[in-house]
Design a binder for this molecule. Structure first.
Ligand code: NAD
Length: 257
């Protein structure tokens, strides 16, 4: 499906990361992968993960730094020349921003950091990457329904995800003429490092599955396979869209009690 496509995966932390399931699906469908990771803490895991997934290049990049993003793209271009895809599977909010009522926890600093890492980083990456992307390429980011619904404790992260989803539409509208498509996947809850930071995540995960039309939570593998589709030419007519991989949760006007 993505045979021979060169795809940069940003946001792999450990085996539970959504980026891990996306990478495994892309690899099994024939993509050539490169990985960027936030800092030294993740280096050992990324090195061994990369060896299992085609032995592609790995790069360190803290997305809060413009210089790091520029260096990352320069290194990717040195290695690959033009490339065909980006997966941005990144999010961060300071713990106190995603805990309790928004009026009690929101701060200017917390808002800024959350939007910088969880939304701007996608725009910053695309801004540097697009001149080097092929005429049949695709960029993908990950979002959550807390951008559309007030979700307990999600707070500032919900605002950042709304911004991220708008960013998908804006970039899609201008990069389309260069053959670059831009989409997001809105995933249902999955137990990962980032998700564990959201207060009450465990009980949300437990109840969520029962509230979906499919009657269960989705898996990271299901997100991975949808990502492979969106990064492949099979989705060549789709851009600027947010695709829900949430067991149908988002279509219901009233969730079952
Ligand atoms: N897990 C869920 O329930 C769920 C649901 C919907 C959407 N998402 C989204 O999926 C994406 C991936 O999250 P995940 O759940 O796999 O968790 P994760 O913790 O495995 O991944 C988050 C990644 O963001 C990276 N990151 C954070 N700050 C960074 C920085 N300054 N520079 C570079 N990288 C940085 C981390 O290193 C990590 O690799 C996020 O955007 C998240 O909001 C998650």
């Amino acid at each position: 499906m993505v045979q021979g496509k060169k795809i940069l995966v940003v946001g792999l932390a450990n085996k539970y990361s959504i980026a891990s399931a996306i990478s495994r699906s892309l690899h099994s469908n024939g993509a050539e992968l490169g990985f960027s990771y936030q800092n030294e803490r993740f280096e050992k895991f990324i090195t061994s993960f990369s060896q299992d997934c085609g032995n592609g290049p790995t790069f360190k990049c803290d997305l809060s730094s413009d210089k790091d993003i520029q260096n990352l793209v320069a290194d990717v271009v040195k290695k690959w020349g033009k490339f065909d895809g980006i997966v941005h599977s990144v999010g961060f909010a300071p713990a106190e921003q995603i805990s309790g009522n928004i009026e009690d926890c929101i701060t200017r600093e917390g808002f800024t950091i959350t939007h910088d890492i969880s939304s701007y980083s996608f725009a910053g990456l695309l801004k540097e990457c697009y001149p080097h992307m092929s005429e049949s390429s695709s960029a993908l980011t990950l979002t959550y329904i807390g951008s559309q619904e007030a979700t307990q404790n999600y707070n500032v992260m919900g605002m950042a995800k709304a911004s991220l989803e708008a960013s998908v539409r804006y970039f899609a509208s201008t990069l389309g003429e260069r053959g670059i498509r831009v989409n997001s996947i809105s995933a249902g809850p999955i137990k990962t490092l980032a998700a564990s930071g959201i207060k009450g995540f465990k009980s949300m995960l437990n109840s969520h599955g029962k509230e979906t039309p499919l009657g269960r939570n989705i898996t990271a593998e299901e997100v991975g396979n949808t990502a492979s589709f969106l990064l492949s030419d099979m989705s060549s007519g789709i851009t600027g869209q947010n695709i829900y991989v949430d067991g149908g949760y988002s279509i219901q006007s009233k969730k079952p009690d």
